[in-house]
Design a protein around this ligand. Structure first.
Ligand SMILES: Nc1ccn([C@@H]2O[C@H](COP(=O)(O)OP(=O)(O)OP(=O)(O)O)[C@@H](O)[C@H]2O)c(=O)n1
Ligand SMILES: O=P(O)(O)OC[C@@H](O)[C@@H](O)[C@@H](O)CO
Length: 403
């Protein structure tokens, strides 16, 4: 088992120096934040992300968790989503030995924190069990903490938000186990041995079990320790293990539509469309110097009117470029307005800052030249910029548009 980016390369399953979650002022999570008794607290929360599958149903050579969406591996989006939740102390990802190196480079490339690696198993349940063992075992020099509550979330479900994680964790804290559910889209039928309809289930009385799920760590760890080989080999439902082996009836929590699992190729296309939509919600207009600020504000106003649902901000790319660093974590579209020359040193500097940032999603950089033209063509420029931001065609990255 390996700890996060600060750790030495290690053999799978052996914790090494370097602390997962090291130095994390881990907030004891105030339950009152979610409507529980004021002053009550939850203990440590950790997450296990099984990522050891081969993605057979995806039909491509690369395991789907490593397939790229907008130039970035799918799993990195899931890690980013989990890392946004400050009260998750440790995130254990289980990957096969052959993918350990690839996973380590993704962690390094995208600046993921709080990540520890454990070796996957031959089935999803075995992978999850290995992740739980990494959290349970007090390995020398390893800083993983045995959590009170553990989240289990498929690494190929990238659209998970803090709200559902919170609701599932609080439900697990109270009931011992909890999981997200969604209404069934198709009716479930039971075929007879000869392939005819035996019966169908009442769709209104059934739900689809999704992720995230959460458990008292001791409950789910005991369930996996008692689990039969048959269940480890063929089971697909962690909630069922808690029920069968620990007699814990999981609390079912209504989930959001975007909890779906990337399974088939069309799911990857849908994920790309959703990610494009999410990262096009904010535009940052960057001007090089203070005396161009008025131009930036002018373009900001027109863009805001042109793109009414998108947040538009503007900033000055000061000499230290400190401002841009602040934007990089939440903005993915930077419009550099340069009224001096397209070869401006500052424009090139912005491009290199974005390329070096840990979130190198596609940034169509538009440079609008000539202040006079800008005034005349402001609305047209805004329309072109909006199209570039939404399209995010890789051929457009870093292009200079002379309007
Ligand atoms: N031996 C396995 C099998 C699956 N998983 C993980 O469990 C999650 C959900 O499983 P699934 O969608 O079935 O992934 P695959 O098994 O890779 O897909 P397929 O069944 O199409 O091969 C994925 O993140 C997958 O990487 C795992 O950690 N270890
Ligand atoms: O069976 P798969 O490996 O595709 O999916 C595993 C889980 O995501 C799936 O069983 C959910 O219903 C949650 O339990």
């Amino acid at each position: 088992m390996e700890s996060g980016p600060c750790s030495r390369p290690a053999e799978p399953r052996h914790c090494v120096s370097g602390r997962a979650g090291a130095g994390l002022a881990f907030p004891a999570f105030p339950l009152s934040a979610a409507g529980a008794e004021p002053g009550s607290r939850i203990g440590t929360v950790a997450a296990v992300l099984p990522a050891g599958g081969c993605g057979e149903r995806m039909g491509v050579r690369t395991p789907k968790q490593f397939c790229r969406v907008l130039e970035r591996p799918l799993i990195s989006y899931t890690l980013q989503a989990m890392e946004r939740v400050c009260w998750i102390k440790d995130i254990v990802v289980t990957v096969t030995g052959e993918n350990m190196e690839a996973m380590r480079s993704i962690i390094q490339r995208y600046g993921h924190k709080r990540i520890s690696l454990a070796e996957a198993g031959a089935t999803r349940h075995r992978s999850i069990f290995n992740g739980l063992k990494a959290l349970a075992e007090d390995q020398p020099g390893c800083e993983l903490t045995r959590p009170e509550v553990v989240i289990i979330h498929d690494a190929v479900r990238p659209f998970v938000e803090e709200d559902i994680l919170l609701r599932v964790v609080l439900a697990a804290k109270e009931h011992g186990a909890a999981g997200a559910i969604r209404p069934l889209v198709s009716t479930v039928v039971s075929p007879s041995a000869d392939g005819h309809l035996d019966h169908s289930l009442d769709r209104a009385k059934h739900r689809a079990s999704e992720m995230p799920q959460a458990f008292h760590f001791d409950v789910i760890y005991e369930a996996y320790q008692k689990c039969s080989d048959f269940d480890l080999e063929f089971g697909t439902e962690c909630l069922q293990l808690a029920l069968k082996y620990c007699h814990r009836k999981a609390k079912l929590v209504e989930g959001t539509p975007d909890l779906w699992k990337v399974t088939y190729k069309q799911d990857l296309c849908a994920a790309e469309a959703m990610i494009k939509e999410k990262i096009s919600q904010e535009i940052c207009v960057v001007v090089n110097t203070k005396d161009e600020e008025s131009v930036g504000h002018l373009l900001e106003e027109v863009l805001r009117n042109e793109l009414n649902c998108i947040k538009v901000t503007s900033t000055v790319l000061d000499r230290t470029s400190g401002d841009i660093e602040n934007f990089i974590d939440q903005c993915y579209s930077f419009i550099c307005v340069n009224v001096v020359s397209s070869e401006s040193r500052e424009t090139r500097k912005l491009l290199s800052i974005l390329e070096e940032s840990s979130l190198p999603l596609l940034y169509p950089v538009v440079v609008v030249l000539d202040e006079q033209k800008l005034q005349e063509s402001l609305v047209q420029s805004a329309a072109i910029i909006a199209a570039l931001v939404k399209e995010r065609n890789s051929a457009l990255v870093g292009q200079l548009l002379v309007a």
